[in-house]
Design a protein around this ligand. Structure first.
Ligand code: SF4
Length: 397
């Protein structure tokens, strides 16, 4: 069983999408390819961090946690700080500009000018609104369902009503209110803030920097928080059980690890003939009206052994045909037994009686259920893994 490293939102999202990519990034620590939008985002974030940081009060001399005292900038201990001028903000931007990842000097200049314009407008709006930042680029940690989780939050503001607003800056082109309402990242940030501050979270905001639009959503309710806790728990179980299998999807197009990935890795030249022969045998057997099961089993076993030895998922045959080994894994429980445990603990079983063992298995991480029931569900949960051989290309059926 693998140890679960501290999970961040991006670790959670990466693992949920593709455990193999998560392994490359978080266990093997392979560097991500530099990209223009990462560099641009980092440059803007760093400039804004330095711009807003002087306005964060730490009157107790601490780090601003458990801080319930600051109500306006004027409540600073001592003299209220001066807001940096737009020229000073632009100087910060120049100092923090990250040059890597751009395809040409022209592209870099386009992005730089975009950021400059964006910050000038940001300065105007910020100075007029004068928010009450309580923390900026704040690293927070908590545990969710026994999991160590951490995140760096762009900004936490104190609201006039007394609660908190959690803000995440976005430099992406498009963003909608729906993104804010559905964002798992904001839900996780709410969990982190609630685990570290005494004040309630009132609003969750994706701040669209290109249009200077705060896309606001009310704080998540208990059910939304529980839903994310369950999915975090499932990811942690996957990591603990060393499940690091590739799950290919449209995102593979942008994955810089394709060359290393079992889904796309090439078969070494000395093995190609043997692999192609296996594909030919399999294709021939499958083309027969009634192939002998024992023969099919034998060649399937050989294919699986070869794929394992070479650590590949696609076995190329002749003329563009190939066998794709597809793995399906799920957490599941014996349904009648699991459903019977709910009333024992005074909890109504999922209703209408669920016929989806995967959904019931997920409830082992449901923080709304009594711990004893969750332990029992956990004991009943197991991982089911099945393999499928898909014949693709000419000769497939
Ligand atoms: S190429 Fe696709 S399947 Fe392979 S690691 Fe990257 S995202 Fe995962």
């Amino acid at each position: 069983m693998g140890k679960v490293p501290v999970l961040s939102y991006s670790g959670f999202r990466t693992y949920s999408e593709c455990p193999q990519r998560w392994k490359f990034l978080y266990l093997d620590r392979l560097p991500e390819a530099p990209r223009s939008y990462f560099s641009f985002g980092r440059s803007i974030h760093s400039a804004l961090e330095e711009f807003v940081a002087p306005l964060v009060a730490t009157p107790s001399g601490g780090d601003g946690r458990r801080l319930g005292r600051q109500t306006t900038l004027l409540d600073f201990p001592g003299e209220a700080p001066r807001i940096l001028s737009v020229e000073e903000l632009l100087a910060l931007y120049e100092r923090h500009w990250v040059r890597e990842g751009y395809s040409s000097p022209e592209e870099e200049k386009r992005y730089f000018d975009l950021g400059r314009d964006l910050l000038i407008r940001f300065h105007r709006v910020f100075s007029a609104e004068l928010p009450m930042p309580l923390a900026v680029e704040k690293e927070l940690a908590t545990t969710v369902e026994g999991l160590p989780v951490h995140g760096i939050i762009d900004r936490i503001d104190r609201r006039p009503e007394g609660g908190l607003e959690v803000l995440d800056y976005k430099t992406t082109r498009e963003l909608s209110l729906r993104d804010a309402a559905e964002s798992d990242q904001l839900t996780l940030y709410q969990m982190l803030v609630e685990g570290n501050y005494d004040l309630p979270v009132e609003r969750l905001t994706l701040y669209h920097l290109r249009s200077l639009t705060p896309l606001r959503s009310p704080a998540r309710d208990r059910d939304r928080v529980a839903d994310l806790a369950m999915r975090l728990g499932e990811v942690a179980d996957g990591i603990r059980s060393d499940d690091q299998d590739p799950t290919p999807g449209p995102y593979c197009k942008w994955c810089e690890f394709r060359r290393l990935c079992p889904e796309f890795r090439e078969v070494p030249s000395q093995d190609r003939e043997r692999v192609a022969e296996l594909v030919r045998r399999y294709r021939e057997l499958r083309a027969r009206p009634s192939p002998l099961p024992s023969e099919l089993e034998e060649v399937t076993r050989e294919i699986q052994a070869e794929a394992k030895r070479l650590d590949i998922r696609r076995l190329p045959g002749a003329n563009g045909s190939q066998i794709h080994l597809r793995r399906e894994a799920r957490w599941t429980v014996p349904l009648p037994e699991a459903l019977a445990r709910f009333p024992v603990h005074g909890v109504r079983p999922p209703s209408p009686p669920s016929d989806d063992p995967d959904r019931v298995a997920l409830r082992r991480h449901d923080p709304r259920l009594p711990p004893a029931l969750r332990r029992e569900l956990l004991a009943l949960t197991s991982r089911e893994v099945s393999w499928h051989l898909d014949l693709e290309g000419p000769g497939a059926f």
